[in-house]
Design a protein around this ligand. Structure first.
Ligand SMILES: [Ca+2]
Ligand SMILES: [Ca+2]
Ligand SMILES: [Ca+2]
Length: 273
């Protein structure tokens, strides 16, 4: 469980930090400490740990809204949103398929995610109230893990449409889908740099290392070389890489499949070694 908490902390690092200018700094995470996966918040120093959800389903993957007033999360395979105090929990998706990995647009009006509702995984965007879900990709391969550019005009994601996981960018309306990486290695976890000119991602070499690349695909630079490194995100000023190392997974739990959706099957195989 601790493994996934670390993952979640890394996952929310940017919006969490961005929220600090608006509200008191909080850390959101999920934990099974009370019997099944629930969303919790705590102060940055670990005090005030408070459970926000109380539901038999698995609640995981909290994502702060940019202004820090709301938290999007997965309950089972649907995306929900709630106020930062846990009140007003609202279901945003209601398809029989998986709806995973909510990512807030910088202005807080949209949420991108990936879903299998149309037969294979595609990137979608919906209004923050769940209305008007719109498919942005249409490809027989898997399209996963959307993240917004700082100006909200573009979305970066990963896809295996060209035979292995590569990083792609597109306009927020899905047009102009462009491949950024061209490498037989497994490329994942893309995020825009603070100025929007670069993409930070991880590449399995086979150990997973953090790389940065220009959005036009030029000038790949490997930033790490030791261990395995996951979920790089930039601090709000765009100057500091936050690199977190995730310990080897010790056990698989009931919601393994849900969690797996935040990563690729190939990556899971990698972690099971
Ligand atoms: Ca729960
Ligand atoms: Ca697809
Ligand atoms: Ca690749």
């Amino acid at each position: 469980m601790r493994t996934f908490i670390v993952l979640c902390l890394a996952f929310i690092a940017v919006p969490l930090a961005a929220a600090t200018t608006h509200v008191n700094a909080k850390i959101a995470f999920d934990s099974n400490r009370d019997g099944n996966d629930e969303i919790y918040v705590m102060n940055a120093d670990g005090t005030g740990q408070t459970r926000l959800t109380n539901n038999a389903a698995s609640d995981v993957g909290p994502a702060w809204s940019p202004d820090g007033t709301k938290i999007a999360f997965n309950r089972g395979f649907d995306i929900f949103v709630m106020n930062a105090d846990g009140s007003s929990q609202i279901r945003l998706t209601s398809s029989a398929a998986m709806n995973i990995a909510p990512a807030w647009s910088p202005d807080g009006t949209k949420i991108a995610f990936h879903s299998s509702r149309d037969g294979n995984f595609e990137i979608y965007v919906m209004n923050a109230d769940g209305s008007n879900p719109t498919r942005l990709t249409s490809n027989a391969a898997g399209d996963f893990a959307p993240a917004w550019s700082p100006d909200g005009q573009r979305i970066v994601f990963r896809s295996n449409r060209d035979g292995n996981n590569e990083i792609y960018v597109m306009a927020k309306d899905g047009t102009g889908q462009t491949r950024v990486t061209v490498n037989p290695a497994d490329d994942q976890e893309p995020k825009f740099s603070g100025d929007g000119t670069k993409i930070i991602f991880t590449r399995a070499l086979p150990t997973r290392q953090i790389n940065v690349i220009n959005i036009d695909g030029t000038n790949t630079v490997q930033l790490t070389s030791a261990g395995n490194n996951f979920f790089p995100t930039l601090s709000p000023d765009g100057k500091e890489d936050r690199v977190r190392q995730r310990p080897r997974r010790q056990s698989r739990d009931l919601q393994h499949e849900l969690r797996r959706q935040f990563r690729s099957p190939a990556d899971e195989q990698f972690h099971r070694r």
